[in-house]
Design a protein around this ligand. Sequence first.
Ligand code: FMN
Ligand code: NAG
Ligand code: NAG
Ligand code: NAG
Ligand code: NAG
Ligand code: NAG
Ligand code: NAG
Length: 391
Amino acid sequence: MRATILSFASVALAARPWMSQPDTGIEGQLGNITGLPDIDSLVGIPDFEWVAQRVLNISSYTYYSNGAAGEWSYRNNLEVFQRYALRPRVVVDTTGIESTLPTKILGYNFSAPFFIAPAARAGFAHPEAEANLVNGAAESNILYVPSQHGTLTMAQIGDVHKNTSQVTFQQSYPPNDNDTEAKELFKQIEDAGNKAIFLTVDSAADGNRHRAARYQVGTLPNYGPNAVPTSYTKMTWEMYRKWQNFTSLPIVPKGIQTVDDARLAVQNGAPAIYLSNHGGRQVDTSRAPLEVAIKIYQEAPEIFKQVEVYADGGVRYGADIVKLLALGVHAVGIARPFMFSNVYGVDGVKRAVEMFKHELAIDASNVGVADVHQISPDIVDWSQPTNYWYS
Ligand SMILES: Cc1cc2nc3c(=O)[nH]c(=O)nc-3n(C[C@H](O)[C@H](O)[C@H](O)COP(=O)(O)O)c2cc1C
Ligand SMILES: *[C@@H]1O[C@H](CO)[C@@H](O)[C@H](O)[C@H]1NC(C)=O
Ligand SMILES: *[C@@H]1O[C@H](CO)[C@@H](O)[C@H](O)[C@H]1NC(C)=O
Ligand SMILES: *[C@@H]1O[C@H](CO)[C@@H](O)[C@H](O)[C@H]1NC(C)=O
Ligand SMILES: *[C@@H]1O[C@H](CO)[C@@H](O)[C@H](O)[C@H]1NC(C)=O
Ligand SMILES: *[C@@H]1O[C@H](CO)[C@@H](O)[C@H](O)[C@H]1NC(C)=O
Ligand SMILES: *[C@@H]1O[C@H](CO)[C@@H](O)[C@H](O)[C@H]1NC(C)=O
């Protein structure tokens, strides 16, 4: 009896597999690589992370992969999609599915209902840094939202995208409570040729990032002799309304995590809202955006009609996109996979876009969806989250 309890305990305490790296056999095929494997040998989005982990140094890989504290939110962002089972409908004509992918985002035409979410420091993966993301997005005609903290400056990124005439939106953190500074920031964003501002509202303080703190990537030492004082960001809805008057560009709050704040954003004139927990990088146990979208669907579904709703966090497969769109999300953001794909430069970015488009089309088709913009919420069983995929 005692032995049984002990062996049960040791199994229970063993680490569960890290779901960002499912076992799909890549180790067996490419396990002995010494450099970048041929891009044609990659079969899915998780393969890019597998490669990046092997070709980047540990501080660069850590910067991209890390989540806050115990990384439970990051894991949950990934795993929550598996908890909601599909209810595939059959005997539906879905042969036109690929032609339904094009999507307007804030009035601009793109080839897909997903976009490259803002992530800082693309230079950790490739010397051309953000230029690859701009050019890859342009060649694939998808939206790219560069981060304010890129390896390249906003103006340098602007020079690349003006060259491609591709529409970009700029991510920004809230400016200080100083009207001159705010106006200068928005003018820089306009001058770089952007068509909208995604204003990140989920980062009132530094992210609580243990893994990154080991290498001081994306977080600064808060303890010991080199400690840097924490900075807190001031922002109110009143400031938000004032800033909307400082620029002709729409300002979309990025990082909405509750139904209450979704309502407040709409009441304060947000032209769109962006559900995100910053990839689980700010505060651990923040809800996955899929869960927030479910809450809005249940408690305030009118919001999906009032404004465009975007969402990001843990999207790695076509079916993940299908589930968010089914709730009424208009477009889906993806960050880490594109940062990892950048180890191949522009070709990697384009291949990741192709993979997401292909999987979105076949997964939608296999659940009986004829048009990605007309997905019934009923194609997912939202009533019974389940853990039976692993236990
Ligand atoms: C390496 C990295 C850097 C990021 N930098 C920013 C940033 O500068 N501004 C921002 O609003 N969000 C930033 N994010 C958050 C992403 O925009 C996005 O919300 C999140 O990562 C999506 O989850 P995913 O990486 O699982 O797709 C960053 C994410 C990563 C992974
Ligand atoms: C290891 O590399 C050699 C060539 O260097 C290749 O022939 C072999 O198939 C590889 N094995 C695996 C398991 O990848
Ligand atoms: C955007 O796409 C629509 C079709 O959905 C088309 O009528 C319109 O001309 C396109 N606009 C631009 C600027 O390409
Ligand atoms: C890792 O690589 C990045 C990008 O090439 C570089 O900036 C950084 O200094 C490297 N870090 C270490 C610890 O080698
Ligand atoms: C602009 O585009 C041309 C042609 O595609 C390319 O050769 C050039 O390198 C681009 N410039 C920048 C700054 O990306
Ligand atoms: C506001 O910002 C401007 C421009 O950076 C600066 O000159 C001015 O001193 C700031 N005002 C205050 C009150 O800090
Ligand atoms: C924004 O501008 C409008 C019209 O100029 C004005 O009525 C409104 O009070 C301004 N809002 C804020 C918050 O400053």
